[in-house]
Design a protein around this ligand. Structure first.
Ligand code: GLN
Length: 212
């Protein structure tokens, strides 16, 4: 089973290393052909304007949308979250509008460029996630099919899931955290072999587990 990591710009090496750490073969995706035998895709953090341009330049947009529509898991971190959002504050065109959220880029402003915090993410268990935010986006509003996976203490949304699409404002790949990648790998395995999985359909349940 291979999981792709979009490798046109940004923190793709760290995602490939996290996949390797959990025993999953990662594929650096630069051209459409690199998507041929992947069963999931990670969109890394970086600079979303650059990633947007390179997705268009290398003809990756349609093949990634097709992969997502097949039910394969797609996981975006930070800039990857922006790339997946259907609405970007300020009116930028969406890139891969798969996640029905309103996202604001650089939402923490210049004063608080980067910060780290312990974040409760109930779907991953009781141990909090050490979350690193770097010029991070925030989710301002979610559509009806979007589960909120984590909020900051002030209530702002920083991790979401809509069916097979997961996104975080922060960077689990920059820490020893592996649970997001394990979740993506489990979803990818179920997508690749629905009969051998837990019996769930490729599109995971909409119901939030742990969200109050
Ligand atoms: N601020 C970046 C953007 O808007 C995202 C930052 C990141 O991915 N660490 O593209």
């Amino acid at each position: 089973m291979k999981i792709g990591v979009l490798a046109v710009q940004g923190a793709f090496r760290e995602h490939l290393a996290t996949l390797a750490a959990i025993g999953v073969e990662g594929v650096a995706v630069r051209l459409p052909a690199d998507l041929d035998d992947v069963v999931g895709l990670i969109l890394p953090g970086g600079e979303s304007t650059t990633i947007r341009q390179l997705i268009e330049r290398w003809g990756l947009r349609e093949p990634i949308l097709a992969l997502a529509r097949s039910g394969a898991p797609i996981f975006g971190t930070c800039a990857g979250m922006i790339i997946l959002s259907t609405q970007i504050v300020g009116g930028e065109e969406p890139v891969l509008p798969l996640l029905h959220v309103v996202v604001e880029r650089n939402a923490f402003g210049r004063q608080l460029d980067s910060f780290e915090t312990q974040l409760a993410v109930p779907v991953l268990g009781d141990t909090p996630v050490h979350a690193i935010f770097i010029r991070a986006p925030i989710i301002e509003a979610v559509g009806p099919d979007v589960d909120v996976l984590a909020r900051l203490e002030d209530g702002r949304i920083v991790a979401v899931r809509e069916h097979n699409v997961i996104a975080t404002s922060f960077h689990p790949e920059l820490t020893v955290e592996t649970r997001f990648h394990r979740l993506v790998a489990t979803m990818a395995a179920e997508h690749a072999n629905p009969a051998e999985g837990s019996g769930r359909r490729p599109h995971p349940t909409r119901r939030s587990r742990g969200e109050s």
